[in-house]
Design a protein. Structure first.
Length: 95
């Protein structure tokens, strides 16, 4: 995994970028990229760029926000960064 510091954010990339965070005075904002659209109150907005490319924006205000569900979403986004969702649906491989 590569950590890419930029002017206003830190991006995380494997084969493709899968997450980013920006520091604000009292909280963090960021996003995950999923291959599916997830409707959940913790996501401030969801932007769909293609059928397998959905940006899910979030805000972290306390350490309690880094719970098991957030960790599960981070793992899912990492798998998207590895482009595992493309290999799984290519139809040619075994499962």
């Amino acid at each position: 995994m590569k950590v890419l510091p930029e002017k206003t954010r830190i991006a995380f990339q494997v084969r493709m970028s899968f997450a980013a965070v920006s520091v604000r005075q009292r909280y963090l904002v960021g996003h995950f990229v999923f291959a599916r659209r997830v409707e959940h109150p913790r996501f401030l907005r969801v932007e769909t760029f293609s059928p397998r490319n959905h940006l899910h924006a979030f805000r972290l205000e306390t350490l309690q926000d880094l719970d098991r569900q957030f960790a599960d979403w981070a793992r899912e986004a990492y798998a998207v960064g590895e482009q595992k969702h493309l290999r799984a649906s290519s139809g040619g491989g075994s499962r």
